[in-house]
Unconditional design. Structure first.
Length: 84
């Protein structure tokens, strides 16, 4: 859903802030959201999530990646940008 939301924001040339939670496997090469052994040596959930969010932010030329406390949720990164 996050790539779709970013595409719509770009299409309408508007600002956005999204907090990706469920990132589809395969978005970032061989890195998946599961803890299977097929993650290119990345074994912990926080690192996988940060890599997936970073890839998504870079792919859409986002302005900033911010964070809330990881004690609130394990999906704590926010992608921020503005195409206006």
């Amino acid at each position: 859903l996050s790539p779709h939301v970013l595409s719509v924001a770009r299409e309408y040339r508007t600002g956005y802030a999204i907090m990706p939670c469920c990132i589809r496997d395969g978005l970032v090469g061989s890195v998946s959201s599961s803890s299977s052994g097929r993650n290119g040596g990345i074994t912990d959930d926080k690192s996988r999530y940060a890599m997936q969010v970073g890839y998504l932010a870079g792919k859409f030329d986002c302005v900033r990646v911010a964070a809330i406390s990881h004690r609130i949720t394990n999906r704590f990164l926010i992608i921020i940008g503005d195409w206006s």
